[in-house]
Design a protein around this ligand. Structure first.
Ligand code: SF4
Length: 314
């Protein structure tokens, strides 16, 4: 609720603060149990920072995160293990997120041992079970990360997260570093695990076709703010925000004969240090009006979804 993460910019001999990067600037999200919220936007929109701030892997500058009714920041002081066990993350880079000097047994087995989910005498069997759930073999436990392909390494990352029996997972672009041919296998694995184990996901991606495949609800971020949040069906049928329309127009159509008007966004994403006044999207929006330059549109309810655009709210 009202999540902020501003990174200070320090300069000079005394490291004085000369400004802030407003990476996340007042974001509110709600994810029902067992559902997947797809969080989309271009690079630099604040998606990854939002995911990490939700887990308190980075300390939010402001706002509250509630998980199962519990204030996460407070709970971290009282029972950090509960928070770390219940809320996990799968990282984007399956090459960089696994320690090359450690076996899969060490990587997957460390956290459940630490959290007391399993004792050392049963660890091998437990890790074997988790590897099988993640589509790997029990014998893979004795191998090292460099012996696996990219898709298999991401399965190890999934197994590491699952090993502590979480309820909520942030999936931070988990397939974007993978070969296209194996993306659907990993997406289907995540879907099956969600359905079997009743997991809840925040699924971060810049790829709209991936989000369409796995999400129940879609939220769009632009320059640290939410600009649209809608059930998946409504969103893909008729996106309302001009930025959402531009993102959707970039999805390739399966039929080579089919035509769709591609909306090309002019210019780069503005700096999050000094975001544009009014609607942050106005320098790139072809519908921009005078009001858009000075007044910031609120995220307003528009027929069961939320949109921050003066075309749709008063
Ligand atoms: Fe475009 Fe104005 Fe809507 Fe912003 S508020 S998206 S500038 S029409």
């Amino acid at each position: 609720q009202g999540l902020y993460k501003h990174f200070p910019i320090k300069k000079g001999l005394f490291r004085s603060v000369v400004g802030h990067v407003k990476a996340v600037d007042g974001v509110s999200l709600r994810i029902p149990k067992g559902k997947t919220l797809g969080l989309v936007g271009e690079s630099g929109s604040g998606k990854t920072t939002t995911g990490r701030a939700l887990l308190h892997l980075i300390e939010p500058t402001g706002g509250t995160v509630r998980f199962q009714g519990v204030d996460v920041s407070q709970k971290l002081k009282e029972d950090p293990r509960w928070v770390r066990r219940s809320m996990q993350i799968i990282f984007q880079d399956p090459y960089g997120s696994l320690n090359p000097r450690r076996t899969v047994m060490d990587i997957v087995g460390e956290a459940p041992l630490y959290h007391g989910i399993v004792d050392r005498s049963n660890l091998q069997d437990y890790v074997g079970q988790v590897l099988e759930m993640s589509g790997l073999k029990r014998t893979d436990a004795m191998r090292y990360p460099h012996e696996f392909s990219g898709g298999q390494r991401q399965r190890i990352g999934i197994a590491r997260a699952l090993a502590v029996k979480p309820s909520f997972m942030v999936c931070d672009e988990p397939v974007s570093a993978l070969d296209v041919s194996i993306r659907s296998q990993i997406l289907n694995l995540l879907k099956d695990l969600r359905d079997q184990l009743g997991l809840t996901y925040l699924f971060i991606s810049h790829d709209m076709s991936v989000v369409r495949h796995i999400s129940d609800h879609v939220a769009v971020m632009y320059l640290g703010k939410l600009v649209e949040s809608a059930p998946k069906g409504d969103f893909f049928r008729e996106p309302l925000h001009p930025y959402s329309k531009a993102l959707l127009s970039a999805i390739p159509l399966p039929d080579p004969e089919a035509k769709r008007d591609r909306i090309i966004l002019e210019g780069d994403v503005p700096s999050p240090v000094n975001p544009p006044s009014g609607c942050r999207f106005h320098p790139r929006c072809s519908y921009a009006m005078e009001r858009c330059r000075s007044e910031e549109p609120p995220l307003a309810d528009v027929g069961g979804r939320e949109v921050a655009c003066w075309l749709h709210c008063r």
